[in-house]
Design a protein around this ligand. Structure first.
Ligand SMILES: [Zn+2]
Length: 146
């Protein structure tokens, strides 16, 4: 089991607007999974992420995650049924900042997809950030809530 690529990624997203209820659901999922990492997918139309999917972190780890390919494909199929598309792969950092770890970079196989990280390092202020990977380097993308 490893991070795998989902091969229907269209254009590169440089900004993502996350619906408030999606954000709140993600924070709740991350808090529930802590001290382990939670993970999943976000989908939507254009720049707006409206579809939230929590997938099982098969690694059951506090420092890394992986998702079953069949669960990812089922989520993407569900997005398509809602005329949405895959926008981001998210995971939580229960105790570290919202930055791509070396492990995250090494396992970021899906070009053009936003890697969203929700940090619970400050329990009072969850921090959601997004990154695009180009040639093994991460670049932060703008993420806002709506
Ligand atoms: Zn990570």
């Amino acid at each position: 089991v490893s991070h795998n690529s989902i091969e229907d990624v269209a254009g590169q997203i440089m900004k993502l607007v996350v619906a408030q209820d999606v954000y709140e659901t993600m924070v709740a999922a991350a808090q529930k999974a802590a001290p382990l990492e939670a993970c999943g997918l976000l989908g939507g139309k254009g720049q707006l992420a409206t579809e939230f999917y929590e997938l099982e972190n098969v690694d059951a780890s506090a420092e890394h995650y992986s998702m079953r390919p069949e669960e990812q494909f089922a989520a993407v199929k569900d997005m398509r049924a809602k005329e949405a598309r895959l926008q981001a792969i998210w995971h939580s950092h229960p105790a570290t900042p919202a930055r791509m770890s070396e492990e995250d970079l090494r396992l970021a196989y899906t070009p053009g997809t936003v890697y969203a990280i929700l940090s619970l390092a400050d329990p009072e202020k969850p921090d959601l950030r997004g990154f695009i990977i180009n040639n093994g380097q991460s670049e932060e993308v703008e993420m806002t809530l709506q």
